[in-house]
Structure formats: C-alpha cells, structure tokens
Design a protein around this ligand. Structure first.
Ligand code: NAD
Length: 222
C-alpha cells in the first residue's frame, strides 16, 4: 500500500519511537506485542498507535496484536532504514567535531548512517582527522558527494553562513539536511530539511513548566 500524500510530522516522529521499542522487544526475545503495549511504552494512546500505523496499511491481526519481527521490519522499510545513508558534516567547529566523534550512527547491522566527508573553510580545520576521515575544504564538497553518493548533510556553520552551506549542498544534489543553525533554510521542494534547535526546546520546556496542564495535549497535535 502506498502511503497517503499527507501524513502528520508527529506520526513520522512516533514511528521512529515505535521502531526503537520494537527493536528493544526483539532484543529481549519478545515475539508478539499489541497497540496497548506499544502505546504504554511510547506514552501515547493505543488509538494513536493504530491510527499512525493505519496510514501505511494493516499490520496486525485483530485480537492477536503484532508480530514484533514483522512490524519492526515493516517500520524500517517505511522509514527507509533498511539501507545505508551516506552523510557529510559542513562546519567542523565545536558542534561539527562533537557530531563527528559520535559513535552511534551505526545502530544495527540492518541500517546505518555513515559519515563520508567533513567540510570547513578554515585552513586550521582542513586536514584535521576524525575517525579516519580528513576534514576537507568546502570547495571539495562536489567531488565527495559524487564519489560516495551522499544523501544527507549536517549543517553546523554559524547562522549567517547556513544558507550558503545549504545552497552548496543542494547544488551538488544532497537531498536531506539536518540543520543545527537557528535559521529557516530556503531550499527547493524536493529537498527535506529537519531543524535541530536545542534552545527552542528549552523555550518550550519553560512554557510547559509554567503550564503543566497543557502537556497532555501534545500527543494528539494533528
Ligand atoms: P563554531 O564557530 O565552533 O563552528 C562553526 C564552523 O563552521 C567553523 O569551523 C567555521 O570555520 C565553519 N564555517 C563557516 N562558514 C562555513 C562554510 N561556508 N562552509 C563550511 N564551514 C564553514 O560554531 P558551533 O558552536 O559549532 O555552532 C555551529 C552552529 O550550530 C551554529 O549555527 C550554532 O548556533 C549551532 N548550534 C551550536 C551548538 C553548540 O552547542 N555549540 C548547539 C546547538 C546549535
């Protein structure tokens, strides 16, 4: 079944959470699960779990629940996590270096995010090594993207350089950007951008600490 043309962003975020829960269940030797159990672990309602999955087809058997292995594989396929994704980091300052050092890109043998290149404009950073990858000048981005078939990029440059970095990435065919710079990027429709903004998260936290009764409404935002 083809997914519908419009799916709430929150549903995709929850599918990632359900996948993590199913992967843990499988590791613990659990064969079957239910929307009630997934809901409890994900801290949403069972109705929400069934609604999220229904966007993509029918996976369980009424009254019998789901086979953990089958549902885990289906969610991996739906999310595109049954293949390798090649990534680069643009901006090798404090954050770029921390991300290059992160050991968790390859969580399982089934799918992985692999760093293929690290880029900066600062001659003091070019030439540095992180886990066997040498930081290159941004002028060498195109060669790296073409050689390795790079799909995704992290943008970790100062905010006033983020659009330039995005333009450079899009120009050479990168289709997904995880943007850490606190700005909205303008990209063509076929390019996906995910914003990571920890300060925005802290501001939301401040609001929810002051308004705890509104926290429950977060679940059914669509
Ligand atoms: P930083 O100044 O330490 O590093 C930025 C790097 O980008 C530098 O090495 C610089 O030479 C490089 N750069 C500048 N223009 C470039 C270009 N056109 N192409 C390639 N490289 C370029 O900054 P940082 O603290 O690592 O933060 C990076 C971004 O992430 C900022 O937008 C910041 O707001 C955001 N951010 C940082 C943190 C953090 O904890 N440091 C957390 C969240 C978000």
């Amino acid at each position: 079944m083809k997914p519908p043309l419009s799916i709430p962003n929150a549903t995709i975020s929850r599918l990632v959470i359900y996948l993590r829960i199913l992967t843990n269940l499988e590791k613990n030797g659990t064969n079957r699960t239910s929307s009630d159990l997934l809901a409890e672990e994900a801290q949403v309602s069972a109705f929400q779990v069934r609604k999220d999955l229904a966007y993509f087809g029918r996976f369980g058997t009424r009254g019998m629940g789901y086979t953990v292995l089958t549902l885990r594989r289906e969610l991996q396929r739906i999310l595109g996590l049954n293949r390798r994704w090649n990534c680069v980091i643009v901006g090798m300052g404090r954050l770029g270096q921390a991300l290059a050092d992160y050991p968790g890109y390859m969580e399982s043998n089934l799918y992985e995010f692999e760093l293929k290149g690290l880029f900066d404009i600062d001659p003091h950073k070019v030439g540095m090594q992180f886990h066997g990858i040498t930081v290159q000048h941004i002028n060498d981005l195109e060669t790296c993207v073409r050689t390795h078939g790079v799909d995704m990029a992290f943008i970790t440059v100062p905010v006033d350089k983020a659009q330039d970095a995005a333009d450079a990435l899009v120009k050479v065919g990168v289709r997904g950007i995880l943007n850490f710079a606190p700005t909205v990027l303008e990209v063509s429709e076929e390019v996906a951008v995910e914003q990571v903004d920890f300060m925005a998260g802290m501001k939301r936290l401040a609001f929810y600490i002051l308004n705890p009764h509104l926290k429950a409404l977060k679940e059914d935002e669509e």
